[in-house]
Unconditional design. Sequence first.
Length: 445
Amino acid sequence: MSKLPLHHRFPKDFVWGVATSSFQIEGAAHADGKGESIWDRFCRQPGVIADASNGDVACDHYNRLEEDLDLIASLGVNAYRFSIAWPRAQPLGEGAWNPKGLAFYERLVDGLLLRGIRAYATLNHWDLPQALQDKGGWENRDTVHRFVDYARHVNAALGDRCAAITTHNEPWVVAVLGNEQGVFAPGIRNRKTMLQVSHHLLLSHGLAVQALRADGARSQLGIVLNLAPQMPATAMPADVKAAHQVDARNRRWYTDPLFKGLYPEEVLEEVGADAPKVEPGDMAVIQTPMDYLGINYYSRGVVSADGKDWDAKSRGLPVSEMGWEIYPEGLRDLLCLLHNDYPNLPPMHVTENGGAFPDAKWVDGRIEDLDRLDYLQTHITAVADAMDQGVKVVGYMVWSLMDNFEWSSGYLKRFGIVHIDYDTQKRTPKASAHWYRDFLAYWKR
Ligand code: IFM
């Protein structure tokens, strides 16, 4: 256990940021020629979003760009992670580009650079153009090629000013929640579709990295995965085996192809005829070396052979408002696990970490979100602990800059370190934002 103050445990070239995504904050769903995304369409189905809301206005970030850039700068971060709405850049996902949409992202990137903040752009944070979904979405191999064209166009427009370009955010979510469980857009429930979608997401990542490199990309290129260490509920062999299988399904299904060029045997056996169609050469493409691996961490998984949910709350363990166990050691364990599993792993970047909390306590016009503050502090400590064990971690970003549209939870769950009043769009930094700003000020000294 290090006795150094936390801010002394990170090198001076460490990347500190806050993260958001297009659909969750931008609003302006129909402005300036933006096309329809699968999330615009999905939100219109009755019963799928907890508060029956949508992303039409969200945080109105599209119209409040300058104010939000100043807000980001006020935190003292040196990086901002955002995503580009593909249908804003290219309304139908193929064919004509939308200059007004692209101009918004140019203003965003230029505004960051002007304030000395590095731009971390993500190409796909789930808002696929609906027109491509109408042709089969990510299940259709053609979408892979449409994505590569889109990636090249964005790189040509913005690549000279972006520190990093991430291909996909959390392919597991797109595949499983969107195409197997149907609780996220596009709302499909089919395991075979899910597996083909995951393969096409990985393939499009590899092809995009190759294409951008061939185009002379100057940004760092990578992918972002949502990962959790899976722990057996007991030491019983059946639980240990079940935890291993969930880990293979949720984590190694993505990391083995990326860093070993193969899908885990135990999952291929489990899914049998539902296995994805893989064409010759695909696995080599997926394994294309990248510059960083982004890790989004929120909680651990606890698995028992009887398949029962591990209800952390009823066991008296601390949970966030999402019901997710607060387990900072899991972040250290996950980073160490990946470091040990893959000798060819690129540097890791914690691209999301944070918590949803009720934020009920206002004191003197600000929110005393001490639970979130503690969450951030303990998880940043876990990153430092992993680094002490020799794991290469180059950055950390808080999810999220501001409260926003939390997908099927609508606006009911708040992850921001800045509070949004959705009636007035007033932004109020919470105690956690002040803590992060002060922590970064000490780190800079
Ligand atoms: O809000 C999401 C984000 O879009 C992706 N990662 C997890 C966050 C919290 O659920």
